[in-house]
Design a protein around this ligand. Structure first.
Ligand code: ACO
Length: 432
């Protein structure tokens, strides 16, 4: 929102001053509007990892990293995980408000009746090696959706945008479960319309045709919570990737696939897989001090995975919810002593008592405990990031929709500070 406040930029060489408008959001820091800076001054701003740059306006999600607060459309993540279902949160992100009963039933119906994927899509899976990382499979098959649903690719038609959104949210668990089954060499399991979103996902991942599969309500609720916790997180790397891809007017299936590729990296969604690898490498509680020292050593590339966050300089509220959920899941599964959980708890304690981590405000993030829960549920580690993608798809879709519906949409095009050679004369090959 425009304010009367301004920010004055002074060129110390010429003494010239430029007044820049200041915009206020509903919450969070104000921003200096630099959109006209280049036109008026001939200067760009330089902010390579966007630590001081708001790339867009958004009404979806607010994070207060210093206080450890995460809210979707004004509701805290703690309230949503406690009281809502994932589909309710999905509706909230897409439509702006929590649904009433009728709206919820209609939305659930639309999602449920879009869960099947085209039979021909099954053939795509055969092209991947059985040992392919399921994120590689997901990048491919999600992008391939754009070749199946030509009737919903017109991004300027609100009805087609809505159908694409429903298709993506409905089909992503089906594709994720298929990626899991393909790696195991088991037959794909078709969705069941009598189950809710999380139950159906567990069913597609763990049922086999040879025997009935009972979905545990405790595990289904835990899965639902995991999906809620991953649903959106404002302008992180994968969401920014989706927005940038979408700003060129690419179709939503292609955009979400680009989000999946960005999520895959160990500094982002791949961290939950890396956490378990790290806990296993630590191996026992008595080796924790050794690994804390390694994490602090600047000559050692080792970092505590699942620790630290670009925005949270306090406990990630999602990690708090998951830490509590860990016990419920392990209880339900009768896992009494999970050695990796014992290491995780002690590692957290040791890091939070160490000056290095305290001074840098490094706290556990969402990935620190999620891997332990997912492992206990029976998911292989390669699937952890895929589960993140299943939850995050609604956030990507909602952010993409919000951007497309913005009347001032323009293609995203950052500039650069060129540091290569200055203009020089071309030297023919025989003279080099
Ligand atoms: N272990 C040890 N030291 C760390 C860690 C860590 N996990 N994270 C940050 N630091 C240190 C850095 O070395 C740096 O120290 P310095 O100031 O002495 O140079 C300082 O803390 C600040 O770290 P940056 O790397 O500048 O922070 P940035 O915001 O760029 O990175 C990130 C954030 C990528 C999440 C980082 O903390 C990290 O690599 N964590 C481990 C990977 C991880 O858990 N990723 C998941 C993120 S959450 C998500 O995507 C869902």
């Amino acid at each position: 929102m425009k304010t009367d406040k301004t920010f004055t930029l002074r060129n110390d060489e010429t003494g010239e001053e430029f007044k820049l408008p200041v915009l206020d959001g509903i919450e969070g820091p104000s921003v200096i509007d630099v959109r006209k800076l280049y036109g008026e001054t001939g200067y760009f701003t330089f902010d390579p990892s966007y630590t001081s740059t708001a790339s867009c306006k958004s009404r979806l999600t607010f994070i207060d990293g210093d206080e450890g607060v995460l809210m979707h459309r004004g509701y805290t993540i703690e309230e949503l995980t406690e009281n809502s279902t994932f589909l309710e949160v999905a509706y909230l992100l897409l439509e702006g408000d929590l649904p009433n009963k009728k709206q919820y039933d209609e939305f659930e119906h639309h999602i449920t009746y879009h869960t099947l994927v085209h039979e021909q899509l099954h053939k795509f899976f055969q092209g991947f090696r059985r040992d392919a990382h399921p994120m590689a499979v997901m990048c491919g098959v999600v992008a391939a959706l754009s070749s199946f649903y030509h009737d919903s690719l017109d991004i300027w038609d609100p009805k087609q945008r809505e159908i694409s959104a429903h298709r993506l949210i409905a089909k992503i668990p089906t594709l994720a479960a298929m990626a899991h089954k393909y790696a195991l060499g088991q037959p794909f399991v078709y969705p069941r319309n009598d189950l809710n979103y999380a139950e159906n996902f567990l069913h597609m991942c763990f049922a086999v045709p040879a025997e009935p599969y009972h979905v545990s309500p405790v595990l289904a609720r835990a899965m639902d919570k995991i999906l809620i916790l991953h649903a959106d997180h404002e302008q992180n790397a994968s969401t920014s990737t989706v927005r940038l891809a979408g700003s060129s007017q690419a179709n939503p299936f292609a955009c979400i696939s680009s989000g999946i590729t960005s999520l895959w990296g160990p500094a982002h969604g791949g961290a939950n897989q890396a956490v378990l690898a790290m806990l296993r490498e630590i191996g026992s509680v008595d080796r924790i001090p050794e690994f804390i020292e390694k994490a602090k050593d600047k000559d050692d590339p080792f970092r505590l995975m699942g620790f630290g966050h670009r925005v949270y300089k306090n406990y990630d509220p999602r990690a708090g919810v998951l830490k509590a959920s860990c016990d419920e899941v392990l209880d339900e599964l009768g896992v009494e002593n999970e050695p990796l959980l014992a290491i995780a708890r002690e590692l957290e304690k040791a890091a939070l008592a160490d000056d290095y981590f305290v001074e840098r405000k490094l706290f556990p993030n969402v990935d620190f405990y999620s891997g332990i829960i997912l492992k206990a549920m029976g998911f292989p580690e390669e699937m952890f990031t895929v589960l993140f993608a299943v939850g995050r798809t609604v956030g990507w879709v909602a952010q993409w929709k919000e951007m497309i519906e913005e009347p001032t949409l323009r293609i995203g095009r950052p500039r650069q500070l060129y540091t290569g050679p200055a203009k020089r004369d071309y030297v023919p090959i025989d003279k080099r």
